[in-house]
Write a protein that binds this ligand. Structure first.
Ligand code: SF4
Length: 172
């Protein structure tokens, strides 16, 4: 029997290549936990395509509560930080804390995140945060042309590709 892994999906396009890769070795379930996304309509749009990708691969999709107010509280004081700055690290932490807790509660052997596929995000910092939270599997999905592959697959599945990272501060 394959080990169970829970994959934090920041959005469907970023998950395409990660799913393809992890499915070779793991029994994968998806975790959509993205309270950072603003406005709610944008969150719903991204969730809709996460459902689509789960259906394509016949995978379980767990949808976490959306609580943007709690997220705003968590990143308080860092609103003016530039993208890739301190606010983003807190943002990763917020979502990874949630998946870590859920994966332990539900008996997953490991969890990981699609966040590492983005060339705009610091993989080592994501690893540091993840490893501090327990059974984190450090995978750099951007390796082996992962980002390029995710773009190809997003086109193939006709997925919505957003024009900004997610929070209101990345809308500026
Ligand atoms: S820019 Fe992106 S990673 Fe950074 S805080 Fe906003 S949503 Fe999170």
């Amino acid at each position: 029997m394959m080990n169970k892994i829970l994959l934090h999906v920041c959005c469907a396009p970023c998950s395409t290549h990660a799913i393809e890769l992890l499915k070779e070795d793991y029994d994968v379930a998806l975790f959509f936990s993205n309270s950072n996304i603003f406005p709610k309509e944008e969150y719903e749009k991204r969730l809709e395509d996460a459902r689509k990708i789960a259906e394509i691969h016949d995978l379980e999709l767990v949808v976490d509560d959306y609580n943007h107010t709690a997220w705003l509280e968590f990143i308080k004081g860092l609103e003016q930080e530039p993208e890739r700055g301190k606010r983003c690290l807190k943002c990763f932490e917020f979502n990874l804390i949630r998946i870590a807790a859920y994966s332990i509660k539900e008996g997953f052997g490991a969890f990981t995140t699609t966040l590492t596929i983005s060339p705009h995000k610091d993989t080592h910092k994501i690893f540091e945060i993840g490893k501090g939270l327990g059974n984190f599997l450090a995978v750099d999905f951007k390796k082996k042309d992962g980002f390029k592959r995710s773009i190809e697959l997003s086109k193939k599945y006709n997925l919505y590709r957003q024009s900004y990272c997610g929070c209101e501060f990345s809308l500026r």
